[in-house]
Structure formats: C-alpha cells, structure tokens
Ligand binder design. Structure first.
Ligand code: FCB
Length: 474
C-alpha cells in the first residue's frame, strides 16, 4: 500500500499540546501581485489577462477588479512595517510580469522594476527575507492574444523575463520560485474557464500544462546560470482520498486524479519523465506533438525547494453517470468529486488538517531529497469588523481562522516528526485581498483591509501568529 492509499489516520499533534518547530524554521506570509498591488495603470504597467477577465461581465463576483486592490503599490512601506511588527522572517510576493514587460516580451520597463527594487530594500531594512514568485497568474495580455500558455513561445519569453528580473534584484533576493500553482493556470484558466483567460478546452489545458512546465525549466536554468542561490516552484498538489478505500474503482479514481493533478507536474520536474499512464490519458484529448524531444530534460532542472500550497483534501468515488471534475480534470466522467462535509471555510472548503500531514509525507517518500516549504495555507472566514463601532476599534475577532491555522501547523509539525524536511510556513495571506473569481468578498488575510479607507487592522489571528513566531511553536 502506498501512502496515497492509506486512509487518513489521526496523525496531527493533538490540540493544546506544546509544539516546537526546528531551529531555523522560517515563518512568513504570502501575497500575489494582482491580488494586492492595485496601481493597474501606474509607471507603464501593461494589461494582464486578469485585467481583461475581471472586466468581462459575469466572470468575477460583482465585477470586482484588481485596479485598486489593497493599493499596496503605494502603501508598501506601511505594509512592510506591519510585517516587521508581526515578526515575519520571510515575505513571499510575486512580480507582475506586465510591469516589467508591458507587452510580455522585448524591452524591459525600468519603472516597473523600480517598484520591486524599493520593496526589496524596504524588506532588507526590516530584516525580512524576500521570496520571489515570478508568475502568479498575471500573464501579459499581449501574450495571451498570441495563444498564451498554449503557445510554446510564452515559455521562452518567460525565461527572458525571469532573467531581466534577476538581473535587477538578484543581488538581494536569494530565493526564486518560478510559478505559482501551474495546475490552476492550466486547468482553471484553459480547462474549465473559472480563471483568466477563461478558456474551456481540454486540449488547450494540457498544452498549457506542458508549456508552464517548460517555462519553469527554461527559467530555472537561466536563473541558475545567473547565480540564483535557491531555486524552487510552488505547486498545489491535490490530496485525493477514496471514499471507500476497499473499492478498487475508488482507488482507480484516486490514481487518475493524482495523475492529472500531481504526477503530471512532479514526475517531469523531479524524475525527468511524464508518467506513461498520464500521457496515455492526455493523448485522448490532444496529440502529444507539443511535447518535444529534450523537453522533459529541460523541465527536470534541479530545484532546492518545493513550495506546497495546501487548503483542503479531495474525496472521490467512482459512480456511473457522475459528471467528473469538469474541465478542471478532463476525462474524469464517471468520477464523483464528493461535496465536502463537516466544518467548512467561507470558500466552502473542507477543514481537514491531517490531509496536510499525509500530503507532505507522501511527497517526501515518492520524491525524496527535495526540501519543502509551505508557501500557502490559510482560510477565508467572514470577519466581524465594523468601522463605525468604536468598541470594535482595533480588533477583529477571528477565532475560526486561529483554529484553522493552529490545526494546520500541528499537521505540519506531525509531518516533520515523521521525517519530512519542511523548512518553513508562509500563511496565506498577509492582507485581505482580491480573491480571483470571488473578488473581495472572501477574506483570507490575517490583517483586515477596509477597502473604503484602505485602513489595515490586525485580526486576532495576526496577534496569535506573532506569538507563534516568537515562540517558534504552539
Ligand atoms: C491559491 C492561490 C492564492 C489564493 C489562495 C486562496 O490557489 O495561489 O492566490 O487565491 O488560493
């Protein structure tokens, strides 16, 4: 039995017990450019696919856009000061490609780089280590007009862009990650159309998977050649469980979902080869001509750190006539993705910390030798902040978020106890922000943002996290 088939046992360290993380464990928070920066037209920024998508009626809740967001582009000194108050040791943020190359290729816009230059200096002044994500979904629109991630050239452009950013920030930024969650870019962007650019085409989704991986490989090699110290990527592996572990059909369903969500990325990246069963599946939707000889070798660039984003597990069962995972998992008809039960977050996501333990253990067993870091984990809950209530001033009670984080940190710790080389934890998110298709109505921050005034108020979870960091434990 592989760890994947192991039904989730109770693994996490029980609540209330004292927990200490290893010496040097890194504590931080994460954000992404389009979700917080705003300043959509400042200093020569070009349009991204999310500008276009959010302006397309019906795509984003209430027509929200990232035009202003948290106005972090102008308020970053204040935001970095808040990070310092919390004691954050690392800050993961992404670079907006359309600020650096407004058209996605060609001349570099120095004013776009200036912003990240100022941000990195501000962080250095506070002793906070920057963790750069080069791509968190805001593809320059011009590149999408030429096919976006279905076009091989986009991967080549990405490597040029990565090189340009490294040339400016590489003297101060040690940790470079190429992509955030290519699963979302490919399957939600080109498969079921829930994310920008909103296409619904299984063939396009699989081409996007490959070109994103190729982009990772090409950029990774360019960054290494330029002397980048720590190279990584962030994935959101799906921890899939069979509803009935004794049913062969349910185990087969898990295997398929695991192939489409996890092995399709992890195998070429870390073993230099797509899994045969996955290629066979992909070939039902598109010929494999977009995968050229030598590509897997490029994708297999050595990495120093694997970023894991985890929010909830997935339960699947084989049932005749079931609709499957829609465009997000092409070809899964006959598989039911079972609606979550039990306590849910405001996203309707299941709260199941032990899924994080089993996921981390499984990856470290199947792909040994790569240190990991949790690059995102957190939860949306409705906040009870009332700007007009003087009694509420200065406080946002969010015990539900504290519980979620506490449970997941215990789960992460349990994985460390089982031998997983986990180097750090970055909470999602520092600030409430633009939650993609959900707009601003879902709040993931440990810091509340009042979008009318741009005032920031620490939630109770932020104060709690400050203590966790101070103690290096729970
Ligand atoms: C992840 C994204 C991040 C945020 C969280 C809630 O998939 O990487 O930007 O939206 O989900």
């Amino acid at each position: 039995m592989t760890s994947l088939e192991t039904p989730p046992a109770v693994l996490a360290t029980p609540a209330q017990t004292k927990v200490r993380f290893p010496e040097g464990f890194v504590w931080g928070a994460a954000t992404a450019s389009y979700q917080i920066e705003g300043a959509a037209h400042d200093d020569g920024r070009g349009p991204s696919i999310w500008d276009t998508f959010s302006r397309t009626p019906g795509k984003v809740y209430a027509g929200h856009t990232g035009d202003v967001a948290c106005d972090h582009y102008h308020r970053y000194p204040q935001d970095v000061a808040l990070m310092a108050d919390l004691g954050l040791q690392a800050y993961r943020f992404s670079i907006a490609w359309p600020r650096i190359q407004p058209d996605g290729s060609g001349p570099v816009n120095p004013r776009g780089l200036d912003f990240y230059d100022r941000l990195v200096d501000e962080l250095a002044g506070r002793g906070i280590d920057p963790i750069v994500t080069l791509y968190h979904w805001d593809l320059p629109q011009t590149l999408e007009d030429r096919g976006g991630w279905t076009n091989r050239a986009t991967a080549e452009h990405f490597a040029e862009y990565a090189t340009a950013v490294h040339a400016r920030l590489g003297d101060r930024v040690r940790t470079w990650t190429t992509l955030n969650e290519p699963w979302c870019s490919a399957y939600l962007g080109y498969g079921n159309g829930v994310h920008a650019p909103g296409r619904q085409d299984p063939a396009a989704a699989f081409q996007a998977v490959h070109h994103l991986l190729l982009a990772h490989g090409l950029a990774g090699r360019a960054l290494r050649a330029a002397g980048a110290q720590t190279l990584g990527i962030t994935l959101n592996p799906t921890e899939a469980y069979p509803v009935d572990p004794s049913r062969a059909e349910d185990l087969a369903a898990v295997r398929l979902v695991d192939g489409l969500a996890n092995r399709i990325f992890l195998d070429p990246m870390l073993r230099g080869q797509y899994p045969a069963d996955v290629l066979e599946h992909v070939a039902r939707f598109t010929n494999l001509e977009h995968i050229r000889d030598g590509d897997e070798k490029i994708i297999n660039v050595p990495i120093d750190l694997l970023g894991i984003n985890y929010y909830q597990p997935t339960y699947v069962t084989a049932r005749e006539g079931a609709a499957g995972g829609g465009g997000a998992y092409p070809g899964t008809e006959g598989i039911e993705f079972v609606a979550p039960v039990g306590p849910l977050t405001d996203m309707g996501w299941m709260i199941e910390p032990r899924g994080l333990t089993t996921l981390l253990v499984r990856i470290s067993e199947d792909y040994p030798g790569v240190p990991m870091i949790i690059t995102e984990n957190g939860a949306a809950f409705p906040d009870k902040f009332n700007r007009d209530d003087p009694d509420a001033d200065g406080r946002v009670p969010d015990a539900d978020r504290v519980d979620y984080l506490d449970g997941h940190l215990r789960a992460a710790h349990a994985a460390i106890s089982r031998g997983v080389d986990l180097r750090g934890y970055l909470v999602w998110s520092l600030l409430d922000n633009f939650e993609w298709a959900e707009g601003y109505r879902k709040r993931f921050g440990i810091i509340h943002v009042d979008y009318l005034t741009q005032r920031r108020v620490l939630k109770d979870s932020a104060r709690w996290y400050q203590e966790v960091i101070r103690r290096n434990g729970l």
